[in-house]
Design a protein around this ligand. Sequence first.
Ligand SMILES: NC(=O)CC[C@H](N)C(=O)O
Length: 441
Amino acid sequence: MAAPPATASAPSWCLSASRGLGSVVVPAPPSGGPRIGGRDRFLGVRSKAVSGVQSGTVLDDGVQRPWKLSDARLVLEDGSVWKAKSFGASGTQVGEVVFNTSLTGYQEILTDPSYAGQFVLMTNPHIGNTGVNPDDEESNKCFLGGLIIRNLSICTSNWRCTETLEEYLMKRNIMGIYDVDTRAITRRLREDGSLIGVLSTDQSLTDKELLEMAKNWKIVGVDLISGVTCDVPYEWSDKTDSEWEFKKGQSTESFHVVAYDFGIKHNILRRLTSYGCKITVVPASWPASEVLNLKPDGVFFSNGPGDPAAVPYAVKTVQEIIGKVPVFGICMGHQLIGQALGGKTFKMKFGHHGGNHPVCDLRSGRVDISAQNHNYAVDPESLPEGVKVTHINLNDNSCAGLQYPKMKLLSLQYHPESSPGPHDSDLAFGEFIELMKSNRL
Ligand SMILES: NC(=O)CC[C@H](N)C(=O)O
């Protein structure tokens, strides 16, 4: 990552001026459902800020309005219809709506493959103000279904910014909606549990048709890992850039780790490398026997999207590996380890998504603020004797980490690599290193 230029070249200030408010004829907005979000006094401010850049909306009656009218709908499976404005791609897309409480880090969230099949609703109302840049990608693609936000920033101001959020989503064919009451939707998800929704800019589809699509779509029991994993093995050797490194001291020993890619984030690979690992990343279906033939110091099971009970092949792989070499699992990796040990996973009411989840390490009493993103959890009651619950999420006491010394195994339900999120839990990578070290003795 480059340092900020000494003479600040003009930041990409107001790059987003041309976003989606162009001179298109907008069909009459659909009727029905809660009328949420279209607070024109805010739009007035927006149109003022971009005045002179675009010519506004020409209505059928010939009246020019320099702001955009509702042109998108979010229809939830509970029958509620939310009018919104579109940015990014247009079309119709089905997904599970989850809310994320991170204040920012939207680019890392957009490129976290664990969000495949989901719409991410950001509870922070102001999104897009830092644009996007080439360094903050957590994978090579956006796998999520779409982005739901309250306000799309009218300006983009950051020295690293190369593109606006809207341009970025447009290029990646990802739908976004704004000017929707994200608080009301979040409360609904918290009260009634996670919901399937349909995002659409297609005015020819009725609310009823969209509702049918939402009701007929399933995410539980679906293997989403196979759609996000890499095709062939590859080596990874990039550390966290020295400018951003917060762990002091060089690792003196080197460890060969094979990392299963169930939807791995780049920052996991960077953190492991910073701790002295050389990594071979393998696809989700890579045979355990071939991994063990490489005689790695340790095996890592990554995060990944969807239902951990829908990927028995991955559970079998984990079963064939645990007990033979030290292992570490994160999120989906943790859930697969739980199942491989004979435990059960279950779907939570609305899951944990955000960079502000307190977890307690029950071994030390230490509390970390962690980055989390999961809808499923391991039922600790279902685990065999000897498996220790090391961490709990302090919001609901759910299982957030496991240890099984007999099998040299560690796992966390959350994301110690954060990105985005606080660095409190980075020490977990050090614990994996110690586990591999002790296995060498
Ligand atoms: N981040 C992840 O690995 C997500 C795990 C799993 N897909 C869940 O939603 O629980």
